[in-house]
Design a protein. Structure first.
Ligand SMILES: [Zn+2]
Length: 282
């Protein structure tokens, strides 16, 4: 392996698309303040990560954002309120993106040049809008055909100088990798799958992945990095409850093993901004 990018979608558990945000937010339970164990882990393994922050929580967590920056990580934008971009009018998208960038920059003092769409719902039109707004990179492309929310982002006209990297003019797109097994694309690099699979299985999948790929992206969320009890609504289906809760306990330890495995196999971790600099794009 050559490079690995660890990315965090810095959002609250109530931003999960299958939860009622207002009801869950009112419970007062928060997961982002638990992120310090994870930050400590990153220092231990010598990894700088990219944090895509939801704009509406930037002010509430200003201290945490500044601490993330102080430790040498990068901050980027994960939309204003985590609503999906699907069917969102372009002018609304632009207004929300500007509002989010401003909030994150004001809270952290860092400049924000990257974006990731909620649930990877980026499309080509909005990618072009990001470029016009001065964003330098986006990481919203995933090839995952079974999930109804995730679409394949059209990157016609982009060049791919490296595995998972696409460049057109000032904009770089970073793909979230999936592992193709038979007719399924398995997003082994994050979310529920990373929590669900035991490390012995992840290691086999990573080894299979490393035969065909050179780079890797991990994506995770604060609620997956702590086992703080989430007051999920009683009427939530068993499947959704499972999706939400499986493998949270011990996930931090497993993540450390995954990072160590990647490092042992040659992957250098860096923020997406650092990667662009190394390629001479920034
Ligand atoms: Zn998200």
């Amino acid at each position: 392996m050559k490079k690995a990018w660890l990315t965090v979608d810095l959002e609250e558990w109530y931003h999960l698309d299958y939860l009622d945000k207002a009801v869950c937010r009112d419970t007062g339970v928060r997961t982002v303040p638990q992120i310090f164990d994870f930050l400590k882990l990153l220092d231990e393994v010598g990894v700088k990560a990219t944090f895509f922050c939801v704009g509406e929580i930037a002010d509430e967590y200003a201290d945490i954002l500044r601490e993330i920056v102080r430790r040498g990580h990068a901050l980027a934008c994960h939309g204003w309120d985590h609503s999906l971009l699907t069917n969102k009018p372009e002018e609304v998208f632009i207004a929300e993106t500007l509002r989010a960038r401003e909030a994150i920059e004001a809270a952290s003092g860092a400049s924000v040049t990257g974006y990731r769409a909620a649930c990877f719902t980026m499309d080509r039109e909005k990618l072009e809008a990001l470029r016009r707004l001065g964003f330098n990179y986006d990481s919203s492309r995933i090839r995952f055909t079974q999930h109804p929310l995730y679409r394949n982002l059209d990157l016609e006209g982009f060049e791919s100088p490296d595995d998972l990297v696409y460049v057109r003019e000032e904009l770089t797109e970073y793909e979230i990798p999936t592992l193709d097994i038979l007719k399924w694309s398995i997003p082994i690099s994050g979310g529920g799958y990373l929590r669900l699979f035991p490390f012995w299985l992840l290691r086999l999948l990573l080894a299979a992945y490393a035969k065909k790929h050179e780079n890797f992206t991990i994506y995770i969320h604060p609620f997956e990095l702590t086992d703080v009890k989430l007051p999920l609504p009683k009427d939530l289906s068993l499947v959704t409850r499972f999706r939400c809760l499986v493998g949270r306990r011990g996930n931090l330890k497993k993540l450390k093993k995954v990072i160590r495995w990647l490092q042992k196999h040659g992957a250098r971790f860096m923020t997406l901004e650092e990667d662009r600099k190394e390629r001479g794009l920034a």
